[in-house]
Design a protein around this ligand. Structure first.
Ligand code: COA
Length: 324
């Protein structure tokens, strides 16, 4: 019994950036990117495709699928780290775009684990406020936060948004459980500054800019180990065997991380949904985009057991189980 997903939606910007396009920007090759990451293309947002606009389109698609109107939404949680403003929140812009005048709205930043954390917050909210409907969104335009001269990072990320509508139902379906973690001591392996402060007391010389900075090898190592641990713990606690999982939707960071994780937890490869080749790492948007694609492709049927897991800057990571 818990928060059930009533509908899913997603939105990808129109512009496709291929590995061959990247060969013209930095010293790299299609072969290098494909073999190290599994990524072929990613989407890049343009004018009128701000973070909140992608989010609002994804949300409208989820609302249509769920047959829910803007007036019926009580809460909007947006997981993002790339809104066009720090204040107001991206969620307030989404609320305004949708005309969801009865909803309160806030952002949540847990980097690439944002959607997983937002889903858990939404589930906990609905267990108390049982007659409400909520919108949970993951949305990013990380193309605006990339150093396009840094070949270590610019090949990895892409833009997009995904959304779900949820409500509590007195039903064995819904969120079964979550297992979430953070370790702030490892912040400097994957991070992004805000713009330098204009407060003279906080003046920062040698400001490295607002780009994503990453120690790729270290992130890789921690990501596999952390997600593996979170999944094992969660399954043990719920007394569920990995063979009972019908579909796994991991955060789409990198094909090599996913392959290693899949082999360590022993899930059948065919049960793992992967679309990283098309969109790259869309951070907080990756799971809800993949969820929407899996759903629309008919990969999920009623009562299926769905496992999702993520890892991101912070570090933040975790896993959740949902009965569809
Ligand atoms: N094209 C060509 N060569 C590149 C390159 C690129 N885009 N990026 C790095 N290289 C080079 C490096 O400069 C290095 O060259 P050197 O040996 O001459 O010094 C070589 O390739 C190996 O670099 P390294 O960083 O050790 O590669 P790697 O095998 O670790 O792969 C990543 C790099 C980023 C693909 C890998 O570390 C990774 O996937 N990490 C996890 C990243 C991630 O998913 N982050 C988000 C988590 S939410």
């Amino acid at each position: 019994m818990g928060a059930v997903i009533l509908g899913t939606g997603s939105c990808l910007p129109g512009r496709v950036l291929t590995n061959h396009d990247l060969e013209k920007i930095v010293d790299t090759s299609d072969e290098w990117i494909l073999s190290r990451t599994g990524i072929s293309t990613r989407r890049i947002s343009g004018k009128d495709e701000e973070t909140f606009k992608l989010a609002s389109t994804a949300a409208r698609r989820a609302m249509e699928a769920a047959d829910v109107t803007a007036d019926e939404i009580d809460l909007i949680i947006v997981a993002t780290m790339s809104s066009h403003m720090l204040m107001p929140s991206c969620a307030c812009f989404v609320q305004n775009e949708l005309g969801a005048k009865n909803a309160f709205a806030y952002d949540l930043n847990a980097a690439c684990s944002g959607f997983l954390f937002a889903l858990d917050s939404g589930d906990k909210y609905l267990r108390v406020e049982r007659d409400k409907k909520i919108l949970v969104i993951g949305t990013e335009t990380l193309s605006s936060r990339i150093n396009w001269q840094d070949r270590n990072t610019c090949i990895l990320f892409g833009d997009g948004a995904g959304a779900v509508i949820m409500e509590y139902q007195d039903d064995p379906r819904g969120v079964v459980g979550s297992n979430l973690f953070s370790d702030g001591s490892l912040w400097n392996l994957l991070y992004m500054h805000t713009a330098p402060s204009l407060n003279p007391e906080l003046e920062q010389s040698d400001h490295p800019g607002t780009h994503i900075l990453m120690e790729g090898r270290e992130v890789f190592k921690y990501a596999v180990k952390a997600m593996e641990g979170a999944i094992h713990d969660l399954l043990d606690r719920q007394k569920i065997e990995i063979s009972s999982i019908d579909l796994m939707i991991p955060h789409q960071a990198n094909i090599r991380i996913l392959k290693k994780l899949v082999s360590r937890i022993g899930i059948d490869q065919e049960k793992v949904f992967i679309n990283v080749q098309k969109y790259g790492n869309t951070s907080a948007a990756s799971i809800p985009i993949a969820l929407d694609e899996a759903n629309r492709e008919g990969r999920l049927t009623r009562d299926n057991l769905l496992l999702i897991c993520s890892f991101g800057g912070g570090f933040t990571w975790g896993a959740s189980l949902l009965r569809w």
